[in-house]
Write a protein that binds this ligand. Structure first.
Ligand code: WQD
Length: 332
């Protein structure tokens, strides 16, 4: 298939582009490089031997998207391009709603114009919000997130569901990611945020590389076995393969499906730090600090639906995630 990957130079998008190319699909990347580097396109080519077509465009730019669809016969779209910093979204809600909603709407309008009916959406476990019990199951109400960022995912899921209801020949898969970490085995692709990382694994990577002095663990008085938060960490390559499976599923289907992509296991912050130390033989100095606003004590996926519907199951271990994350971070 000819697959448009928006945000294809980003962390998850680039790994997905690699898996798509390996599977024989033609990849067209649209990425405005607002939080990614152009050299990622070169690296995708180095890994796969195939250079994806690349358009440095903003998905809110309808004329630019139109030109991409006019040039390539796009069979399916995987939509990653979005602002994704939870804390920043609390400070700049309008920027988040404008960017994330406008991009998704513009993309759907252009898809409609060109008769493209397969859509894979980058959603998040944050759509389950603070009120659902874990493990999270897809049929639980996903109507309230804890941040404007998360709320854009709730709203776009709703927009897509309404669109599918009005267009029964359309197929959309809403992939709800848990906590992707790790990197491509080549060490060429990984999570390399600008500035000081907000997320745990890139922060640990910078501490390991000596670029940051120590990790602050946000809270050790949660009602969890070791007092630190538990999350469902999954390898980004597993996550990328999940997109491939979703695409294969959508190929001859219609309707909308929400699917969790996680391992089904909870791992605490202390356990992840310890796994990183053991996997890489590096000490990570840490201190305990106060809780971070908006963090939930624990959540993980019920991973059954991904298995039965998409035939997808996470393959990599926490050790693999830690080893590959360091293999990338030490050269980043
Ligand atoms: C994991 C754990 C922190 C940094 C967020 C978004 C979610 C998704 C992924 C995507 C938590 C603790 C972290 C640090 C720490 N977004 N931590 N010290 O918050 O589970 O999920 O990112 O686009 O929507 O909410 O991930 O990696 O930030 O935190 O102790 O310096 O690590 O408190 O328990 P989170 P995270």
């Amino acid at each position: 298939m000819n697959v448009l990957v928006t945000g294809g130079a980003g962390y998850i998008g680039s790994h997905t582009a690699v898996e798509l190319i390996h599977a024989g699909h033609k990849v067209i990347v649209a990425d405005d490089l607002s939080n990614a580097k152009a050299e990622v396109i070169d690296r995708i080519e180095t890994i796969t031997g195939t250079r994806p077509a690349f358009y440095p465009i903003d998905c809110k730019d309808k004329a630019a998207l139109d030109a991409v669809f006019a040039e390539h016969k796009i069979d399916a779209v995987i939509h990653f391009a979005a602002f994704k910093a939870v804390g920043e979204s609390v400070q700049k809600p309008l920027a988040y709603y404008r960017n994330n909603l406008d991009s998704a709407l513009t993309l759907l309008e252009v898809m409609e114009k060109f008769g493209c009916r397969k859509f894979i959406f980058s959603s998040s476990a944050t759509v389950y919000g603070p009120d659902n019990p874990y493990p999270y199951k897809e049929e639980m109400p996903a109507v309230k997130s804890t941040s404007p960022y998360g709320q854009t995912k709730v709203m776009i899921e709703r927009i897509i569901a309404d669109y599918v209801a009005a267009n029964p020949d359309f197929c959309a898969v809403l992939l709800r990611y848990f906590n992707p970490i790790g990197a491509h085995e080549s060490g060429l692709l990984g999570d390399d945020p600008n500035g000081i990382p907000n997320n745990l694994m890139p922060y640990i990577g910078r501490v390991a590389a000596g670029k940051l002095e120590k990790l602050t663990i946000f809270g050790n008085d949660y009602p969890t076995p070791d007092g630190t938060c538990r999350r469902d960490y999954l390898h980004v390559v597993d996550l990328a393969v999940g997109h491939l499976k979703a695409l294969e599923f959508a190929k001859d289907k219609t309707g909308v499906e929400a699917v969790n992509l996680g391992t089904g296991n909870g791992v605490s912050v202390l356990e992840l730090v310890s796994a990183f130390q053991d996997a890489n033989n590096i000490k990570i100095p840490y201190v305990f600090g106060p809780r971070r606003d908006g963090d939930l004590p624990a959540f993980w996926a019920d991973a059954e639906k991904a298995k039965t519907l998409l035939g997808w199951e996470a393959q990599y271990s926490v050790e693999d995630m830690c080893r590959s994350a360091w293999n990338f971070a030490k050269n980043a």
